[in-house]
Every structure is written in C-alpha cells, then in structure tokens.
Design a protein around this ligand. Sequence first.
Ligand code: ZN
Length: 279
Amino acid sequence: MKIGAHVSVAGGFYRGVENAQKIGAETFQIFGASPRQWQAKIPSVSEIKKYREALKKSGLGPVFIHSAYLVNLASPVSDLRKKSIASLTAHLKIAEALGAFGLIFHVGSSKKMAKEKGIDFIFQGIKEVLKNVKGKSKLILENDAGGGGKVGGLEEIAEIIKKVKSNRIDICFDTAHAFESGMIKEYSSAELKDFFSVWDKKIDLKKIAVIHANDSKTAAASHHDRHANIGEGYIGLSGFKNLSKVPHLKDIPWILEVPGFDGNGPDKKNIDILKKITK
Ligand SMILES: [Zn+2]
C-alpha cells in the first residue's frame, strides 16, 4: 500500500513533487488549477518537462489531480453543467499532459431536482468529457458526505458506473465522506466486511482506484464534511487499521486530505501514523 497526501503546487507543478518528498509521501494528489475558479490553464511545454523530470527522479506515484470545487455535473442549472463539463475537460487534459493516473471529482448534487435526473446529467457529462479528451487518464468519481441533494451514495455511484461502461471511469473512496454520509457507521471489521462485499457485488471492488484517508470531525451520518487528522476524529486509529485489512483496499494508494497537526495541511506525522497502523 502506498501512502501519500494532497500537496501544494504553488510555484509550479514540480513543487508538488518536492512537497510530497518533504513529508515522506509515496504517492500524491494536486490541484490541476485553482480549485475555486472555473478557468484551468494547460501548463506550458517547459513546465510539463520540468515536472515530469522531477517526478521521474523522485520515483513517486501514481499522481492524482483533484478537480475544482465548483464542478457539479448534476446541477439543475444548464449553464453550471456546461461550465462543469468545460472545467473537467480542461482538468483531464492537464492530467493527460502531466501523465497523472486520473482526475478525481465529486459526484455532484441535484439540489431539489429528482436524483434520477441528476444521475442522468452526470452520465451525460461524463460521456462528454471522455469524448472531449482521449487518452489514458481516468475520471474518478468521489463519494460525498451526503445531504443537500448530493448524489454520491453507493447505489448512485453503481448506477453511474454501469451506465458509463468505460474502463476510463474509476472510484475514489473517501473514508470521512463514507462515514459522514452514513454509508459506514463505525468502521468495525464486521461492518467493513459486510459493506465491501455488498459493494463488490454492486460495482466490483476493483473499481476503487484510490482511498482518500481522512478521519472525521463530525459524527456518523452528520452530512457535515469536516476532515480530521488520523486518530483525532470519530473513525479513529482502529477504524483505519480495520480498513487496511479489506482485500484490494490494502493494495491501492491512500491519499491524506487532513488539516495537519500544525494546521498546514497533510504532514509527515499523519503519514507516519497511517504507515504504522496499516503495516
Ligand atoms: Zn476527498
């Protein structure tokens, strides 16, 4: 199991490699562009070269790109759906240019509109983005904390994956979101065994390409998305230890998106804790 973290690329994409190395990450995630803007600029040839050289030298990877927060393929507002498709298209091009494994994005929210309609919009949007960008990088759906018309539950993700029928679509399983949405209530061995065997039947466990390993500051089924450092939240050390024993999940990258013990984002201490308990 490779353990890594979301890292900053302020100052250039190659800085992501340096920042990952600094905290002992073996794999990492970065933003492809500013997460609070629709615009996403394709990096220049020289920037790509500098990044790829640094990455190769480091031996780190796989690398994941995280989409902008604004993206919502399930939006009832057609203009927002169009902007979301354009943003994901640009980010997937960046992922291709950087040779990243894939682009992670949140499944989305259909707000007050019927969820079925939202799922159909997500399906249409994914099809369009995949058509716009040919290549190897995958689109990776991330489960949500739920509430507010959010679509990212197990049944819904399964439905989308089945409809899209592409080997360029994968899943990112966020531990905090699964807990906050009420999908998983206590991360006990027995509950995880049951949960993932159902998942395996509905979707195929192998579709999960990456774990977002985050503890949760809020209680189970809170629908409140607040990440905590590993061991400082409701999932706790034993929860992560139990999760690391689930077949397949122990073989894929685990990426931290935690506040950090100094409040500066994912740090060496969180990585060391995860490495220790999942050994
Ligand atoms: Zn996440």
